[in-house]
Design a binder for this molecule. Structure first.
Ligand code: SAH
Length: 386
């Protein structure tokens, strides 16, 4: 541990990549220190605690900032590990205050991350869990981009760190912070990357670090039913389900994953989600597509489908993107739909589109990253050297 191997060199030799400490949980950080001979097993917890606070409470990006750690140890840390942020390839700010960062994790591996003010307690950060996506939901821009790869825990945590840098919110324990909530609603399907997502949640929810409580972290899934229970037990995160249709025929079309896990299975999986209660409701996301899923009959079908589940319903006006065949439902149609849900006792806020002018709204995220086969990468590297 502590060293990752990058296998992409043209001549086939392996270059050790220094592990970024931001992606290690507290326990693995202590282990990594012992393994790298930087701390004895007896001292490892204390040392890990000091380093932890520098990284996750103070936002340190440089071991030299860690003034309560002796110089020799700092030098050993710097030789062995990395603390640098990934590169910000682009930054945009919307007229409504929404901020979007395009983050370059490695050459050709880019994902977007969006900060939305005045959502949740103070403001929510929408993070990506993958570059690209495998799901192909028909109305989603990210769905037009093939999966490049899963993000690592360090890369997920880096999105939070970059937002904190930009908002000027270090140390993390300040009372007036504007980044209070995290939603895994950026690019990718988090339940296809649960190990890294769970590690990232362990890290960002730690009280002596980024301090974002698990109750303020929401993981959204298109419905990977076999992973729901593990999500609940491993992360205690709030659950959101991208539903969008109330019958299998339509949902198969909109969210092709439904062919693997049809509605009856999905609803059973949700009912069994650990920790569900009136205080910890599931959020159902429902994108309003004109003439597709927006009739009063469908609102009533939604009410029947959710019977008995502690739920909130989030109606999302469809956000258009270049080349889409769908349109957003008329405002009056959305309001009529919401009124039916309200009468049935559901809070069903209509999600105000945020950051549409910078393509930062739900389902508008997409990057130019393409999956490059390892063999092609080696060829390109060889051509570069030649
Ligand atoms: N794959 C996960 C995480 C992505 S969340 C999931 O599907 O839940 C992104 C949310 O935005 C999902 O609810 C998605 O269905 C919704 N969405 C996608 N495209 C959209 C669009 N063009 N307009 C509005 N919402 C959209």
């Amino acid at each position: 541990m502590g060293v990752r191997l990058d296998l992409s060199r043209a001549d086939g030799t392996q270059i050790p990549v220094r592990a970024n400490l931001s992606g290690l949980t507290r326990a693995s950080l202590a282990e990594a220190l012992v393994r790298a001979d930087i701390a004895t097993p007896e001292k490892a917890r204390m040392r890990a605690g000091q380093i932890w606070r520098w990284i996750h409470n103070n936002g340190a990006t440089d071991f030299d900032a860690m003034t309560n750690i002796d110089k020799a140890t700092r030098a050993r840390l710097a030789e062995t590990f990395d603390l640098a942020r990934p590169e910000i390839a682009a930054r945009q700010v919307s007229a409504d205050g929404t901020r979007k960062w395009l983050i370059r994790f490695a050459p050709g591996v880019e994902a977007e991350c969006v900060y939305i003010p005045d959502v949740g307690r103070a403001g929510a950060l929408c993070v990506s869990s993958q570059v690209g996506c495998t799901l192909n939901c028909r109305f989603c821009h990210t769905g037009t981009q093939a999966l490049v790869r899963n993000l690592t825990a360090a890369e997920i945590v880096a999105q939070v760190q970059i937002a904190r840098d930009d908002l000027g919110e270090w140390p993390s324990d300040r009372a007036d912070r504007r980044l209070s909530n995290i939603v895994f609603m950026g690019m990718g399907e988090p339940l296809y990357n649960l190990d890294q997502v769970a590690a990232a949640i362990d890290i960002v929810s730690d009280n002596e670090g980024l301090g974002i409580s698990r109750r303020r972290i929401t993981v959204s899934t298109a419905g990977v039913v076999p992973e729901l229970k593990a999500l609940g037990t491993r992360t205690q995160a709030m659950l959101a389900i991208s539903l969008h249709a109330t019958n299998d025929a339509l949902r198969n079309e909109l969210v092709p994953l439904n062919k693997h896990y049809p509605l009856a299975e999905l609803m059973a999986g949700i009912r069994a989600y650990p920790g569900l209660s009136n205080a910890r409701r599931v959020t159902f996301e429902y994108v309003m597509l004109k003439g597709v899923n927006d009739t009063p009959a469908e609102a009533l079908a939604l009410v029947r489908l959710l019977a008995g589940i502690p739920a909130k319903i989030n109606l999302i006006p469809f956000n258009p993107w270049p080349g889409t065949a769908y349109e957003c439902s008329d405002w009056a149609t959305i309001e009529a739909f919401a009124a039916i849900l309200n009468r049935a006792g559901y809070a069903s806020p209509i999600r105000t589109p945020r950051g549409r002018d910078i393509l930062a709204a739900c389902g508008q995220l997409r990057t130019e990253s393409l999956k490059v086969r390892a063999s092609d990468r080696r060829k390109a590297a060889a051509a570069d050297v030649a």
